[in-house]
Design a binder for this molecule. Structure first.
Ligand SMILES: [Zn+2]
Length: 279
C-alpha cells in the first residue's frame, strides 16, 4: 500500500476498486474490500506491517460488487449506508450471476474466485452521518448518493483527505448504472467547498479538487445539453447521438468511453423527462 499522508494508505492496483486504510490507535479502518483471494492475502500481509491490531472496521463506500468481495475474509465489523444493506444481502446470494451479467469476461477469467467468494453483510448502517472516534483520529462517514443511492464518503478532517467512492474516478470513464445525476452534481458541489487536499477516487490514482470540479462540469454540461435538446423537441435517440463529449470530460475519447457516455446521456434523458433534474 502507498502512504498518501501520515498513517493513511491506499492500494490502487487490485482488480476491483481502490482500497483505503486509515491506521488508528484502535486498529486499522479499511475502506472497501479487494476482490480476489490472493489480494485479500496480500492486504492482510500489508495490514500486519502497518498495525499490530485487528481491523477495527471495514467501511463499504456503496453496494456495488467490485467494492465488497473478500470482506468476509477480513472482518465482520462492517459499516455501510442503510441503502446498501439490501443490495449487499442480494449480492451475497447472487454474486456469480451479477458479475457475469456486468463483466462476463472478468467472470470467466476468475470464475472460481467469484463462485466461492464470501461477502460480509453490513453490521452497522446509518442514514446521514456517522462519526468514528478512533482515539488519535476521527473519520466522518456521510451520505453522498449520486453514483448510487447508497453511496457514502469518508472524510478525515485533520488529514484533509476525502474518500469519495465511485462519485469520482480518475483515468477511466465514470460508470453510471443506477445513478441520480442531480444528487451527484450536488454532492460534487458540496465537496468543492470542503477543506480537502487529497481526493481518493473509487478507481484510479489519487487526485485533487480539479477532478471533482471537472466531473461536476461534465455532468452539468451534459444536463444542460440534454435539457436544451429535449426543449427543442429532440427524441431520445437524437439526444443520445447529439450529446457528444464535452471539453471537460476528464478521460480520453475512445470508443469505450463514447459508449459509456451514450448510456449516461440516455439515463440522464430519462431523469430530465421525469422532472428529476432541473437546470
Ligand atoms: Zn460503483
Amino acid at each position: 500500500m502507498k502512504e498518501i499522508t501520515d498513517g493513511v494508505f491506499i492500494e490502487t492496483e487490485y482488480l476491483g476498486c481502490n482500497i483505503g486504510c486509515v491506521v488508528t490507535e484502535k486498529g486499522p479502518v479499511l475502506i472497501d474490500a479487494p476482490t480476489l483471494p490472493h489480494e485479500v492475502s496480500d492486504l492482510r500481509n500489508e495490514l500486519r506491517r502497518l498495525s499490530p491490531l485487528d481491523i477495527a472496521y471495514l467501511v463499504y463506500t456503496h453496494g456495488h460488487f467490485d467494492h465488497l468481495i473478500g470482506g468476509a475474509h477480513l472482518t465482520g465489523r462492517t459499516i455501510a449506508h442503510r441503502g446498501a444493506a439490501d443490495e449487499i444481502a442480494y449480492l451475497k446470494e447472487n454474486l456469480p450471476a451479477e458479475v457475469s451479467r456486468y463483466v462476463p469476461d472478468i467472470y470467466q477469467q476468475y470464475k472460481e474466485a467469484f463462485d466461492n467468494a464470501e461477502i460480509a453483510l453490513p453490521q452497522v448502517v446509518f442514514d446521514r452521518e456517522l462519526k468514528l472516534c478512533m482515539g488519535d483520529r476521527t473519520l466522518v462517514l456521510f451520505y453522498a448518493g449520486g453514483h448510487s443511492a447508497d453511496s457514502l464518503a469518508v472524510y478525515l478532517p485533520e488529514e484533509r483527505v476525502l474518500f469519495v467512492g465511485d462519485n469520482v474516478v480518475s483515468g477511466m470513464p465514470l460508470v453510471t448504472p443506477n445513478s441520480l445525476f442531480g444528487e451527484w452534481i450536488d454532492f460534487l458541489h458540496r465537496v468543492e467547498v470542503m477543506e480537502v487536499d487529497i481526493i481518493v477516487p473509487g478507481h484510479g490514482p489519487v487526485c485533487g479538487m480539479e477532478t471533482v470540479t471537472n466531473t461536476r462540469l461534465y455532468f452539468a454540461a451534459m444536463r444542460d445539453r440534454v435539457s436544451s435538446l429535449i426543449g427543442a423537441g429532440a427524441t431520445r435517440e437524437e439526444v443520445v447521438s447529439e450529446t457528444g463529449l464535452t471539453a471537460c470530460l476528464p478521460v480520453p475519447t475512445e470508443e469505450t468511453v463514447r459508449q459509456q457516455v451514450a448510456s449516461t446521456v440516455a439515463a440522464m434523458y430519462e431523469q430530465v423527462m421525469k422532472g428529476m433534474l432541473s437546470v
